[in-house]
Design a protein around this ligand. Structure first.
Ligand code: URA
Length: 434
């Protein structure tokens, strides 16, 4: 077999065989197929698509490119969740401890932010000392002992995805449904949880900007999970406007802490309750969604979710004094308000543009490996549909570089559109696929 023939086959719109896909993934992972051929192949897949069978083969080939964990060695059932990425999405920081507080073990390997989309690892690393580099043995030991783990993706799991993802990021080939589905599901299968909730974001601040494509992606991932013997539920959730209020690492951590204490912005809290409820159902701790959601509400109000978060931070060497007193977390030297320029109803707060404004401040990376500033970011004080008076607080900029405040202020005002007539609020979810 030759890599070039496989590229040509896909370029000409043919269905690749299981052997061809396996050959390509193995060759690329071992470094025998060079980046330029893998890039040409990824572009051919993006343009010509893949059948469900090809996508499943690709997923399994990538999952099998490294180690596959078996969490049933340490707990009878463990759950995992995955978000396809968005702005202000600090859901894992709340849902994981809440679910663990309900007696369901949860082991998660998270990623870093890239582009406008934030990453859970960057957020939790705002806690001094917190380790995100657990070994496989430490992961399994902590899951069995503490019932909750939140660490970085181990290099041994789905290494093919690590290579392909870095390549896709710089070759304009991220936005492909079969490539996203296989990337997400290869990692989830390798990470070993038996039941998985996928949070598929749709909207202006998501990879999938329309509901039809998001639904297609969700259905494909659920089918792949099922064919690998995993229980999977996919939620289709809104990412037109940022989730919650905070965008930026320590700011998002503080918002998660507020929510774990029973407060937090209503949309973010409701989102966590829904996602957590689904995890409890597929993890067989709740008989139906209403029961699961009620259990999460209880965990958020009776202090047990918070205690579970403290256990997580302690287990991973984080300094709990920083979460007990979040005023100790990194904070920016400049805090500046942006007010509504006129009376009106908020029609749009463009999630991607707000995410990009946060990156401009230093909250994210323009490319892999860039340093981030945990302190900086943006608080968004309004939601689509809100009625504001001129001069009312719309955003708060947290910056460390005074030269950035004005450009970010302009970017945020440009990210907001207004209407003179009432506007419907956006839904939190557009449905679920099981
Ligand atoms: N998240 C992933 O893990 N992979 C993708 O391809 C896109 C989003």
């Amino acid at each position: 077999m030759r890599a070039v023939d496989i590229i040509v086959n896909k370029r000409d719109g043919h269905e690749l065989s299981t052997q061809e896909i396996q050959f390509f993934v193995d060759g690329y992972t071992r470094g025998e197929i060079p980046d330029y051929q893998a890039a040409a192949w990824a572009m051919a897949v993006l343009l010509k698509g893949m059948t469900a069978r090809e996508t499943t083969d690709l997923t399994l080939a990538m999952a099998n490119s490294g180690e596959i964990l078996d969490l049933s060695q340490v707990v009878p059932i463990a759950v995992d969740k995955h978000s396809t990425g968005g702005v202000g999405d600090k859901t894992t920081l709340v849902v994981e401890p809440a679910v663990a507080a309900c007696g369901l073990p949860v082991g998660k390997m998270s990623g870093r932010g890239l582009g406008f989309s934030g990453g859970t690892l960057d957020k939790i690393e705002s806690i001094p000392g917190y380790r995100v580099d657990l070994t496989k043995e430490e992961f399994l030991d902590q899951l069995g002992r503490v019932g909750i783990v939140l660490t970085g993706q181990s290099g041994d799991l789905a290494p093919a995805d690590g290579k392909f993802y870095a390549l896709r990021d710089v070759t304009g080939t991220v936005q492909s449904i079969p490539l996203i589905a296989s990337s997400v599901m290869s990692k989830k299968i390798a990470a070993g949880a038996q039941a998985i909730v996928l949070d598929v974001k749709v909207g202006l601040g998501a990879f999938m900007t329309n509901l039809t494509e998001a639904r297609q992606l969700a259905e494909l991932m659920v089918a792949i999970g099922r064919s690998s013997g995993r229980r999977v539920v996919a939620l289709l959730s809104d990412m037109n406007q940022p989730l919650g209020s905070a965008v930026g690492n320590a700011l998002e951590l503080k918002e998660a802490i507020d929510t774990l204490h029973g407060g937090g912005p209503a949309d973010f809290r409701d989102h966590c309750i829904e996602a957590g409820g689904h995890l409890l159902v597929i993890g067989e701790k709740a008989r139906d969604l209403a029961t699961g959601k009620a259990m999460i509400v209880k965990a958020l109000t009776d202090g047990s979710a918070w205690e579970s978060f403290r256990r997580l931070v302690t287990a991973q060497n984080g300094d709990v004094s920083f979460i007990d007193d979040p005023s100790k977390l990194a904070h920016a030297s400049i805090v500046e308000e942006v007010n509504a320029p006129a009376d009106g109803y908020v029609m749009e707060i463009h999630a991607r543009r707000v995410g990009e404004a946060a990156i401009m401040l230093g909250a994210g990376r323009a490319k892999k490996g860039d340093a981030i500033d945990p302190a900086v970011g943006i608080l968004v004080h309004a939601k689509v549909g809100d009625s504001l008076k001129r001069g009312q607080k719309l955003f708060t900029i947290h910056a460390n570089n005074p030269a950035l405040v004005e450009p970010v202020r302009i970017a945020l005002l440009q990210a907001t559109t207004w209407s003179m007539v009432p506007v419907q609020p956006l839904p939190l979810f557009y449905g679920s696929i099981e």
